[in-house]
Design a protein around this ligand. Sequence first.
Ligand code: S3P
Length: 440
Amino acid sequence: MTDHFIARPAAVLRGSIRVPGDKSISHRSIMLGAIADGTTQIEGFLEGADAISTMNVFRALGVAIDGPFDGRVSVTGVGLNGLKQAASDLDCGNSGTSMRLLSGLLAGQAFDSCLVGDESLSRRPMKRVTDPLAAMGASIASQDGRPPLRISAPGKPLKAIDYVMPIASAQVKSSLMLAGLYAEGTTRVTEPAPTRDHTERMLTAFGVTVEVNGPVISLQGGQRLTATQIDVPADISSAAFFLVAGAIARDADLLIRHVGINPTRTGVIDILRLMGADLTLENSRIVGGEPVADLRIRSSELRGIDVPPELVPLAIDEFPVLFVAAACARGRTVVTGAEELRVKESDRIAVMTEGLARLGIGVTPTPDGIIIEGRGEQQAVFSGGEVDSHGDHRPAMAFAVASLRAAGPITIRDTVNVGTSFPNFVELATTVGIGLEKHA
Ligand code: S3P
């Protein structure tokens, strides 16, 4: 068997940990630092494969980047129009954020580029960005809406559009804002529901005027960025694995430090609290324009809920592990309005349904969500056994967390991509008491 985890049942979790830097903020810090005037210093950068893909793309576009050294990165900005044509294809690896944001950033350049990705990324939908970018005058060829994306220099400058997004996607919003920097006029994007606003916040930190009026985000083209310092908080999406671990383990008390609690990301906190989790925020503060807190989680008696649909975009990456929490709750949990889960690094509804069913959980997939019959009254909620992550980092880590309430060891196949977002997951999990082994 290639890369896999073996996770053995454990009951006691203790510790105070800091999980790696926020993936969304890490990507954006490189992108904006690269096109700024001056040198941007970044701390707390996520040294995971996805953010490194973004870093390598900008190196190929002629940007000098030092690091990462223990989370520190220095980006020598080339200015708004200083990027250079790359000598070869730009490899986004497993990272949808890299490809979608870069497609917007590169659409307005005076040179051609080709964005490619791994097998999973090559299956993911790109029309959501290429259609509105084409309306701005970009020239992007795809494989029937999927990567690779061949971007040709537009004959004339992009023009701003007023775009009402059909889906709630921060990647689409950000892609259009980045293209909007290179467009004539004011680009306006309207969101159907709030999504993560790191691009808006970070552009502002770089001195760009971004107007936010309820669901409408506007930005005038041609604005220059001024280098700044960025302190990347710990990723709430990575913290989520430990929040659920602490809630479901029989004897747990964990502190997760310096976690980003931007309100567009805290759906996981709200959902776990609705389920009855003993979760508290300590030491709340603002760091570099982003709210941060230490999160304390203790063993909890969870109950099944109907997840409020408005929380779905605010917790979109946390559902694999929230499904594990739901299995450990008393009663049924119903998730609706989450069809986007089907087009993540894997079809997360299908992958989690398959794995949870193998571990003995009553689970019904629906087109836009899932129904999970909680077994919270049992000590051992899951049987042991073997599950397949289908190469998706978040299901892999979610199944590792499930071991805390399993009757026997769980073997999780195809775990190499855990390194895309959480390179030291096994080490940190082991530190707090999860019985996890990594096998190559
Ligand atoms: C991200 C936005 C979300 C999220 C992804 C990161 C971002 O994707 O799932 O992991 O950094 O903008 P969508 O925009 O597709 O919802």
